[in-house]
Design a protein around this ligand. Structure first.
Ligand code: PHE
Length: 442
């Protein structure tokens, strides 16, 4: 459940719909689904296995099962966790604002916000910094208290509620006039749109949404019961995660195609899709929306929190293991460092021009988009590449087989090992090289 909590988060609700939109829909979704099945499940199994076998946090895990030579994979993951946490906290803060806004609408009646409202909110510096700070403090507090205990119990209760609301949302969206258009956009691939950059985005998204490539699943794997099935754990996380992502995406697209003026409102800032599109449907189409709208954004914040604590835990457990700091000191140092990055990210959506407009990578403007691109599309796939090579070539297949609880090596086991040895590394490397070398293939 905790692993599912780490996986399901803003990656599903915020990012998947908007990158699917920006990448034109079906082609992206198809490549994404292939990546989830071919890379996601095998690598998730590999990470959980490394964690459970070593009973350690990522960096020492690579050292104890392999040697010091393998630790850079762990450190790359720690760096990626810091980068992601810095901008993720900013977006998580937006859900707090949506919650307050929906409370107001539920009490005083819904009034559609002006088209520019979200852009103004993004450019409001004190607001952005305040919300980010609030969310970062919440993350730090939970990580300081330890991941088990309260958070596990709360996750078990709240995640199912989130799933139920998602299903209800999806059903309501399906009755809207734009639902057919939405389904076609998501599920019809156009091979003419195929492009190595779309493939990199899809692979990056699959790593990001499944919390792979930085050791989060190694950390959580170290807590997994020795009797639990690694395959079943990995597969159920992947299925849940994909379901939530597709549901969120379908609902938002259906609204965009049904409500006049919604396209313009989402407009230039597709980044804010989650926060711009949904309130309208809650208040105008959904019986019970008055209660469900504020509840939904609380759950978004909560889903984000169960993800940020897994990122925070990677950072903090590495500091504890390597610097021998107390949990308290490690949490304070890690959170403060990350918050410095958060300040830059928080001002990069219009708050400060210099931070918002520069573009090192084609259409990625500003600090937040740049950090997201670097972490999700480069650091995570590289970390995943390292992990597949480590598990495929460095670890003994007999050990793998035993850790998976298999008495005999079935053909599925062999297939998995060869995916880790050859297929996954070759695919990831080919995509990274293709994008790094070619400016444009179209
Ligand atoms: N998987 C989380 C999400 O989809 C984000 C995340 C990435 C969490 C990497 C941990 C590690 O929101």
């Amino acid at each position: 459940m905790a692993a599912a909590g780490s996986a399901v988060g803003l990656g599903n609700l915020w990012k998947f719909p908007y990158v699917t939109w920006s990448n034109g829909g079906g082609t992206f979704v198809l490549v994404y689904l292939l990546a989830v099945i071919l890379l996601g499940i095998p690598i998730m199994m590999a990470e959980i296995l490394v964690g459970r076998r070593s009973q350690k946090s990522p960096v020492p895990a690579f050292e104890s099962l392999g040697s010091k030579r393998w630790t850079p994979i762990g450190w790359l993951g720690v760096a990626a966790a810091g980068v992601i946490l810095s901008y993720y906290s900013v977006i998580a803060g937006w859900s707090l604002r949506s919650f307050v806004q929906c409370m107001g609408w539920s009490i005083h009646g819904y009034q559609a916000p002006a088209a520019k409202a979200f852009g103004l909110f993004l450019a409001n510096v004190p607001m952005q910094l305040g919300l980010t700070l609030l969310f970062s403090l919440a993350t730090a507090l939970v990580v300081y208290r330890g991941v088990s205990g309260g958070i596990e119990r709360t996750t078990k209760l709240l995640m199912p509620v989130l799933f139920l609301i998602m299903i209800y949302l999806g059903i309501t969206a399906a009755t809207m006039s734009g639902s057919g258009h939405a389904a076609r956009m998501i599920f019809t691939p156009h091979m003419s749109r195929f492009h190595p950059r779309i493939v990199l985005e899809a692979v990056g998204q699959s790593f990001f949404t499944l919390s792979l490539g930085l050791g989060a699943m190694i950390t959580y794997g170290s807590y997994l019961d020795k009797k639990a099935s690694v395959f079943r754990s990995a597969a159920s996380v992947v299925v849940l995660d994909t379901f939530v992502a597709l549901m969120a995406c379908f609902s938002m697209f259906a609204i965009i195609f049904s409500v006049p003026g919604m396209k313009e409102k989402v407009g230039a800032s597709t980044v804010g899709m989650l926060f711009v599109t949904l309130p309208g449907i809650f208040y105008q189409k959904m019986p019970g929306g008055l209660i469900l709208a504020p509840l939904f954004y609380v759950l978004v914040a909560f889903a984000a929190l169960t993800s940020t604590i897994s990122l925070g835990e990677v950072l903090v457990s590495s500091f504890i293991d390597y610097k021998h700091w107390s949990r308290r000191k490690a949490t304070i140092v890690a959170s403060s460092l990350v918050f410095l990055g958060s300040i830059l990210a928080a001002l990069s959506n219009g708050g400060m021009k210099a931070l918002s407009t520069f573009a090192f990578f084609h259409d990625k403007h500003g600090v937040m988009a740049t950090l997201d691109y670097l972490a999700a599309n480069w650091m995570l796939p590289l970390g995943g590449l390292g992990t597949t090579l480590f598990v495929g070539w460095r670890l003994d297949p007999l050990v793998l087989q035993r850790e998976l609880g298999m008495k005999k090596a079935t053909w599925l086991f062999h297939a998995w090992v060869w995916i880790l040895r050859v297929v996954a590394p070759a695919a990831i490397a080919a995509i990274l090289v293709a994008v790094a070398m070619g400016k444009d293939f179209s």
